[in-house]
Each structure stands twice: as C-alpha cells, then as structure tokens.
Ligand binder design. Structure first.
Ligand SMILES: [Zn+2]
Length: 79
C-alpha cells in the first residue's frame, strides 16, 4: 500500500504526466508536450537505460514536484 505521491499515476492504474497530469504512454516519463519541452540534453540523458536511469527519473520527478516550480526547459539531470 503506497501513499499518494506525485509519481506519475493517478492511483487507479492510469498513467499520468507528473508535470501536467495529462495522460502519458507507458514507458514514457512525461506526456509528449512536456517531454519535448525538456532540453535535448535532458531528454538524451533520460533516454539512457543504464545504472543511473532511476537516479535521473528521481531527479526529474523531484524537480517537477518542487514548490519553487522549475520550468521544463530548466530541468537538468545526471548526464
Ligand atoms: Zn505533461
């Protein structure tokens, strides 16, 4: 049993964008609009599927969840 979190799902199994809460596709971190608002560098890093992939996802979600909202084109993750 997990408590409600801003982690990209709505609690009933539907995947939502952690940035704007619109539907997203399984396997995608964000909906297309938010994904392409990220910088190409950030997208390239997030597309890597190495040992740091989960770390990058946490960095992304952390920045999306901040009270001092970080614009999508300002989000940076581990390269
Ligand atoms: Zn979105």
């Amino acid at each position: 049993m997990s408590s409600p979190r801003h982690d990209g799902s709505d609690g009933s199994g539907n995947l939502t964008c952690p940035s704007c809460d619109k539907p997203r596709t399984a396997g995608q971190y964000l909906c297309p609009a938010c994904w392409f608002a990220l910088t190409a560098e950030t997208r390239a890093s997030l597309n890597k599927r190495d040992g740091l992939a989960l770390t990058r996802l946490r960095e992304l979600v952390d920045q999306l969840g901040r009270s001092d909202w970080v614009p999508l084109d300002r989000i940076e993750v581990t390269p």
